[in-house]
Ligand binder design. Sequence first.
Ligand SMILES: Cc1cc2nc3c(=O)[nH]c(=O)nc-3n(C[C@H](O)[C@H](O)[C@H](O)COP(=O)(O)OP(=O)(O)OC[C@H]3O[C@@H](n4cnc5c(N)ncnc54)[C@H](O)[C@@H]3O)c2cc1C
Length: 502
Amino acid sequence: MAHNEAVDVVLVGAGIMSATLAVLLKELDPAIKLEVVELMDSGAAESSNPWNNAGTGHAGLCELNYTPQAADGTVDIKKAVHINTQFEVSKQFWSYLTRKSTFGSCKTFISPVPHLSFVQNDDGVSFLKERFKTLSKHHAFSDMEYTEDKATMAEWMPLMMPGRPADEVVAATRVMNGTDVNFGALTNQLLKHLTSAPDAQVKYCKRVTGLKRNGNGWTVSIKDVNSGNSRDVDAKFVFLGAGGAALPLLQASGIEESKGFGGFPISGQWLRCDNPEVVKHHQAKVYSQAAVGSPPMSVPHLDTRVVDGKKSLLFGPYAGFTTKFLKHGSFMDLPMSVRAGNIGPMLAVAKNNMDLTKYLVSEVMQSMEQRLDSLRRFYPEAKAEDWRLEVAGQRVQIIKKDPKKGGVLQFGTELVAAKDGTLAALLGASPGASVTVSIMLELIEKCFPNKTSGEWAAKLAEIFPAREKVLETDAALYRKINVQNNVALELVEASNETESYA
Ligand SMILES: Cc1cc2nc3c(=O)[nH]c(=O)nc-3n(C[C@H](O)[C@H](O)[C@H](O)COP(=O)(O)OP(=O)(O)OC[C@H]3O[C@@H](n4cnc5c(N)ncnc54)[C@H](O)[C@@H]3O)c2cc1C
């Protein structure tokens, strides 16, 4: 009997998640044999594409929904601090890779862009003030500046201040040390670096159509989307990094841990401006507050984007409802994902989230004029002719069983792994690409526990001199690592002070 091809690891999808995991595994074990299987004809064709996401290097510097306010007015900064240190872990990995000749320049994917928060009205201002007071005491946010002075704001956000009523109550914070990340360029650099090593392949125009248990591993069925030919590959470990389409593949695996999960797809749109006369007046990512009752991913922001060496502005996102799990997916994705095990949670979420559904439908029905009105709350003098509508990537939010409510909708990400560690999938979308490295390190610890405590430990310590927990509490170490990363990624110039840390 003919045997299937065999590799150690199959990674489904060539987005930022699979690309990161593949490179990490190859660093830890250069002899590992792996194959990335992608249905499109290039890497980063879905959510990781630079125009399908906002490219914010999420570090908790400006995202107001990471710091919820309690009824007594206090602001909880735990999530912002954690995401900040996760982003420092991502930066450590990218800094490590920039020392390799096959990885290329960091300038193609990461650029310094200040991160600002902007609020209107008395409630917004008192929240931002309290947030600033609490956050700026933490070493990760000690450089944050706060102002209620309109002249200062006009310096920070020259596009956003003209045309506002004189009596408008506004405030802003600024952190200069923010970034814009082209996750598409990063993904493709990772994939190129990966395939410069032996026994690492990326196969495009190939769809993973099925998964079957095979002894201690899996047989993965792969179909060529052009010829229709199929082949089977045996793998000891499978990663389902298929973005929104990870859920149906997880269901196809039949693992116990997949039961009860459902997906709620949310589409998105942006307004984009490439007019250099407008673009040159805004050098920031400015995040504000979501409208009351709207979901966290609808937080409006006006962003400088740096893609392929050119600057643009992006405003949005405007959310929408669709039944597709991928931008290039099928309208049958959602109905086909309904199973006996998840219909209960899905119906409970549909019943308990009518407001969200109504909100999404109203967003879809908006006219261009209504979209421009939202933009003008940020940039009062925006001209229609400078802006065009772009379709963003899909986010498939997680639906999970809940003992009390039957089912709940979750806006974060969830790593689902088989008990025996032979398969893992990443569900959900937020905070996403910025924290990929932390998520993939968690996967490696879950699925390769013997190796991380043994032969891989020294290499992990070399790549990651400081992980999230210690960065959260050790101010001196945080500053040292942060400066080293910023110098290695060319976000700041090496100065005498930074050299003393190196
Ligand atoms: C509107 C929006 C804004 C966002 N903004 C930000 C942001 O500012 N900052 C941030 O950090 N993150 C952001 N994110 C999140 C971020 O984009 C995602 O978390 C990240 O790109 C997901 O990467 P991935 O590799 O899991 O998925 P993807 O990039 O979607 O890649 C999945 C790949 O799998 C392939 N695939 C699917 N099914 C199969 C199959 N059966 N066989 C073979 N291949 C398959 C797809 O073609 C695709 O290439 C945003 C996301 C959206 C949608």
